[in-house]
Design a protein around this ligand. Structure first.
Ligand SMILES: [Zn+2]
Length: 263
């Protein structure tokens, strides 16, 4: 079976083998076994399966000795389609790439070979992650990375494709117009923004006022290639959006290890 996808995580096996977890073009996750995938050995083969790399692989079905007797497809051929040239040399860029991959690892659905509808349903998720990495690499090459703005852009499209993007136009409680309320608070448990009247009646802690609504509205209308057009984004806005994602996918923020590398 021929597949294309981004390497999201590698798990070393035995001496030089690895299991690669991949986000396929159709937006779902699969795991494949790669004999000799760690590289090295007598001929010092380079490692092609690195997180963030876009690969085309050919798989065959075989038992790989995986615990529990699951059949894990084995990679018989592979081609590297794209690889970042910059990310590994830049600590913040690297942490941001790790965060993108970690979030998709915790959110994407598993690949099911029988499910032919999957391709149309989740394909946007692959585009979000691959574009996020590609334009991060571009910004680093131009020595012009504002990682907070890149993360805002990524989060707006990530939440959209996960189907939980908060509506920036209407109050989640009363449906009132929010156009003039740049600082409307994002109420996590309601999945949306509150107008000032409704916010005054909310019992939960809303935190300091932040321009989340205004910046999210701008980011969702900005194409990835126009990343340079986004204004400087306060770190706290990114944090709020990541908390929002955590809340909706039952992820505990302290368990997101790459978050700690950035914030
Ligand atoms: Zn309201």
């Amino acid at each position: 079976m021929a597949l294309e996808g981004l390497v999201v995580q590698i798990i070393p096996q035995k001496e030089r083998d690895l299991i690669a977890r991949m986000l396929l073009r159709e937006g779902t996750m699969t795991s494949v076994y790669v004999f000799g995938g760690m590289g090295g050995g007598k001929n010092s083969k380079p490692r092609m399966f690195e997180p963030g790399n876009l690969m085309r692989i050919e798989t065959r079905s075989s038992k790989s000795g995986h615990a529990g007797g699951d059949t894990l497809h084995t990679v018989s051929e592979h081609t590297l389609l794209w690889q970042s040239t910059q990310i590994r040399h830049h600590p913040q860029g690297f942490a941001l790439a790790c965060l993108y991959l970690e979030m998709v690892l915790k959110t994407a659905l598993p690949h099911q070979a029988e499910n032919t509808h999957a391709s149309r349903e989740h394909g946007g998720l692959f585009n979000v992650v691959s574009n996020g990495l590609f334009y991060l690499d571009q910004a680093l090459a131009q020595k012009n990375l504002q990682w907070q703005s890149h993360l805002l852009l990524f989060m707006s499209k990530f939440l959209l494709h996960l189907g939980v993007l908060p509506d920036e136009n209407e109050c989640v409680f009363c449906g009132g117009d929010l156009t003039s309320e740049a600082m409307a608070p994002l109420v996590l448990e309601q999945g949306g923004f509150a107008c000032s009247e409704c916010a005054a009646q909310v019992e939960t802690e809303l935190g300091a006022p932040l321009p989340v609504r205004a910046l999210l509205a701008q980011a969702i209308r900005t194409r990835f290639q126009d990343w340079n057009a986004l204004p400087v984004t306060p770190v706290a806005v990114d944090t709020r959006l990541i908390q929002f994602w955590c809340y909706h996918f039952q992820v505990k923020l302290p368990e997101v290890t790459s978050y700690k590398m950035l914030f």
